[in-house]
Design a protein around this ligand. Structure first.
Ligand code: SF4
Ligand code: SF4
Length: 271
């Protein structure tokens, strides 16, 4: 939708205007990303002139559905999917990424919090929204989208300054893809501040994955297909958990799709 917006605008069709950070649908509904608004507030120390409903719609959605943005909306998911498609994973168990130990998981979580806090501190000191304007990988995708859109809309290639910011974002992405075999979705799970907020909302969201332990044969297929390297068998099933609430879960539901015994189902439960 964001890519085709410019060609559509030239025909007077305003299906969507904006980017993943803030947009307007059909010139009626405004949407604003929770983290982007928070960061801008911390940077400029003033309330932004945006409709309250724009933030309420997105925050209520993520409160109810948890980290669904990362699995269904974020275009970065395409990169990750190409690198570790379900077919490749299914072909051989040796493709499976080894689970992180609980200790390493805790260390990574502390790193996530540290990155999140430091970025907000720097944002406040510099009076500049760091992640949403510069270090946010999505921004690079937005830049690419806008450039493709312009080519489609105007038929000419407008070469713009590929400054150090774009270079930094491209390097970040390359590192992320390179790390994918050992630490899948490293940016997404460990560094992205927006992802951290959505992940924490998984703990409150009623949308969960229910585990029927009696039906489970511990075949491990769910571990293999999970794109965020959640070891469902060792972390949840062997610990006799009835439901899966994990800050890394992007609600892609591949585990549910592929479970041969239908031991996993979508459920709405109390937070
Ligand atoms: S795929 Fe289903 S049966 Fe296999 S371990 Fe996971 S929950 Fe159990
Ligand atoms: S636990 Fe299931 S729904 Fe969550 S990320 Fe892994 S495969 Fe997707």
């Amino acid at each position: 939708m964001f890519i085709i917006q410019y060609p559509l605008h030239s025909y007077g069709v305003y299906l969507v205007v904006g980017s993943l950070l803030s947009s307007n649908i059909l010139k009626i509904v405004s949407l604003a990303d929770l983290f982007a608004v928070m960061e801008k507030f911390i940077a400029y120390k003033t309330m932004l002139v945006i409709p309250i409903s724009a933030v309420l719609i997105t925050s209520t959605t993520y409160l109810l559905l948890g980290r669904i943005f990362c699995g269904w909306i974020c275009p970065l998911d395409i990169y990750y999917s190409v690198g570790r498609s379900r077919k490749i994973v299914k072909r051989s168990a040796s493709n499976a990424v080894k689970p992180e130990s609980d200790y390493l998981g805790r260390v990574f979580f502390i790193i996530s919090i540290a990155v999140f806090s430091t970025s907000l501190l720097v944002t406040s000191i510099l009076a500049f929204p760091l992640f949403t304007n510069y270090a946010y990988v999505l921004n690079m995708l937005s830049i690419i989208m806008v450039r493709i859109s312009r080519i489609i809309a105007f038929g000419n290639i407008v070469i713009e300054r590929l400054d150090y910011v774009s270079a930094f974002m491209i390097v970040t992405l390359i590192i992320d893809v390179a790390l994918a075999t050992r630490f899948p979705r490293f940016w997404c799970r460990r560094l992205c501040p927006a992802g951290l907020i959505y992940g924490l909302l998984n703990k409150l969201s009623p949308l969960t994955i229910k585990i029927n332990i009696d039906k489970c044969t511990k075949c491990g297929v769910c571990d293999l297909v999970c794109p965020t390297n959640i070891y469902i068998t060792s972390r949840y099933i062997e610990r006799k958990q009835q439901s899966l609430r994990d800050i890394d879960c992007i609600k892609c539901f591949k585990c549910i799709d592929d479970c041969p015994t239908k031991a996993l189902t979508i459920a709405f439960t109390k937070p």
